[in-house]
Design a protein around this ligand. Structure first.
Ligand SMILES: Cc1cc2nc3c(=O)[nH]c(=O)nc-3n(C[C@H](O)[C@H](O)[C@H](O)COP(=O)(O)OP(=O)(O)OC[C@H]3O[C@@H](n4cnc5c(N)ncnc54)[C@H](O)[C@@H]3O)c2cc1C
Length: 509
């Protein structure tokens, strides 16, 4: 059987939708299937991080997400009758066009991505389940079952499992999912709350545990998230129970009302031992699940997708070597592990019944938190981690510093910051972008022509003059996911030529 598809995307959650958007932008031949009959209508993930907003901007969807969401600039820590204000995005705000955490329900995020695909004629094949796959040489034979029971076999060169925590692709590809479940149960409710200051997230911390309210907007003004107390009865999550928990966790004087969605769930911390097996890849929850501390889950799933899609598209077009696909796991697995570690620590500190941690939450936190808020280096580290702006691929084989790196500014593997302001908008179009800093006469067309021959439509050249992120004459080659693959000081082009020969060798376009 010859592969009729470049890629079969399994799962149309946020990860699969983002992957489809990128494959479409890079003119890949793909299908996207999802076994559910409808998209998610529940709020689920509610925080869109600055890096995700940046990464989706190239598709033109970010403005629509921002228009529908609720930007929150601050967190209020309610600690035993004391409230500490934590500004979230007052550090390095010029670094990104989106210096805020966007609260938006997952249903809305999926709706915006779905509309984007629909406008480009990409059908999402709902009610279509991947039931089996078999790797056959350089392709995968996939058995799909539609809701009417009709089955179909398709051959795809690559399959990407964006099919969530219980991934069929992962199981069929024989990739282990290692980790553990947390013993606690959590309650979640989308509801209205009178008495809460709008425009900020609120956290109540006591010895007993933690309670959060996040500004949501739709389908209800607030999201409440709390640990179920060990003595609270298991069963339906009712309004009286939510009210009792709010009081018990220190949120007094609030009126909770009109819940539109409640649920309870257990959390896991698990990761795929590999992100790839042969022609099968994993992305999003299929590759990693963890606590929602810090609002990372959906975001790193979308970013997994945007790391992988262009690589597969270029390899299938014959424009990039198969070796490029190896960099997906090399770059993204450490991100998944880092988020699992970070969310685990936050989770244990916030919920552990250990007497020392209970005491720390109840007695120490009210004194330590105000000092921690004033400690700018600490907040900067937390901000970089939570916003995901600090994610880099400096150790990837696809990140190459020139022999003379610039004295300052972003390095090979870093995301391109939005400094000077508007730089990210210049590289929004799909493809690679060559940034040339310094006097434009250093970069005449005839010097660049040998680099661009045979790579028509793959690389866009930008002569930045002195409006550049580097202080010197420099060259930076930005990958289609907004990360710098190559950065060098000076006007010599040998290093860039070698980089292109390795990762974008001239071949059939
Ligand atoms: C109750 C709840 C609350 C949450 N709260 C938060 C939060 O506050 N913050 C946060 O960051 N995250 C939260 N999450 C997690 C967040 O929803 C996930 O991280 C996110 O949905 C992952 O996206 P994904 O596309 O990787 O997977 P999913 O959204 O799980 O999508 C997977 C898709 O694959 C489809 N599928 C599965 N198997 C097959 C198959 N064999 N064939 C075809 N299709 C298949 C499914 O139908 C589904 O549509 C929450 C999740 C839940 C359930």
């Amino acid at each position: 059987m010859t592969a009729s598809l470049d890629v079969l995307v399994v799962g149309a959650g946020p990860t699969g939708l983002a992957l489809a958007a990128q494959l479409r932008a890079h003119q890949s031949r793909f299908r996207i299937v999802d076994r559910s009959h409808d998209r998610v209508r529940e709020s689920r993930a509610l925080a869109v991080q600055p890096r995700t907003l940046e990464a989706l901007a190239g598709f033109g969807v970010t403005d629509r997400l921002v228009a529908r969401g609720n930007p929150a600039m601050g967190l209020r820590l309610h600690l035993n009758r004391r409230t500490v204000s934590v500004p979230l995005f007052d550090i390095e705000p010029a670094d990104t066009p989106y210096p805020f955490l966007l609260f938006l329900s997952q249903a809305e995020t999926e709706s915006v991505l779905g509309e984007h695909l629909a406008a480009r004629g990409v059908p999402i094949e709902r009610g279509t389940e991947l039931v089996r796959l078999e790797q056959q040489g350089r392709q995968v034979s996939c058995r799909l079952r539609r809701r009417d029971g009709v089955e179909e076999t398709v051959a795809a060169r690559y399959v990407v499992g964006c099919d969530g925590a219980h991934s069929t692709v992962r199981a069929q590809a024989g990739i282990d999912f290692e980790g553990y479940a947390y013993p606690q149960t959590f309650l979640l409710a989308d509801l209205d709350v009178a008495g809460l200051e709008p425009g900020a997230a609120h956290s109540y911390m006591t010895g007993a545990g933690m309670l959060f309210f996040f500004p949501l907007g739709s389908p209800a003004p607030w999201r409440m998230l709390a640990m179920r107390p060990s003595d609270a009865p298991l069963g339906e999550v009712t309004l009286p129970l939510l009210r009792e928990i709010a009081v018990r966790y220190g949120a007094r004087g609030l009126e909770l009302r009109d819940p539109v969605w409640t649920t309870d769930f257990r959390l896991h911390n698990r990761g795929a031992v590999r992100y790839r097996s042969g022609s099968c890849f994993l992305a999003g929850d299929a590759a990693h699940i963890h606590s929602p501390a810090g609002g990372q889950g959906m975001n790193i799933g979308i970013q997994d997708a945007l790391n992988l899609g262009w690589k597969i598209a270029l390899v299938c077009r014959g424009a990039a070597p198969e070796e490029l696909l190896e960099t997906y796991g090399i770059e993204r697995a450490p991100v998944g592990r880092g988020v699992r570690r970070f969310t685990d620590r936050a989770f244990v500190i916030g919920t552990s019944p250990h007497p020392a941690l209970r005491l720390a939450r109840a007695r120490l936190a009210p004194h330590v938190a105000p000092l921690a808020v004033r400690a700018t280096p600490l907040r900067r580290r937390v901000f970089r981690a939570v916003s995901e702006l600090g994610i880099h691929y400096r150790r990837s084989p696809a990140s190459t510093p020139g022999t003379r790196p610039p004295r300052r500014g972003p390095r090979a593997g870093d995301r391109l910051p939005d400094l000077p302001h508007g730089l990210q908008a210049r590289i929004a179009a799909p493809g690679w972008h060559l940034l040339l800093a310094g006097p434009p006469h250093l970069w005449p067309d005839q010097r660049l022509a040998p680099l661009l021959t045979g790579r028509a439509g793959l690389i866009t050249v930008h002569r930045l003059g002195d409006r550049s992120p580097w202080p010197d004459v420099a060259q930076g080659l930005v990958r289609p996911d907004g990360h710098l693959g190559y950065v060098a000081r000076g006007a010599q082009l040998e290093g860039l030529r070698a980089y292109l020969a390795r990762w974008l060798p001239m071949g059939p376009a």
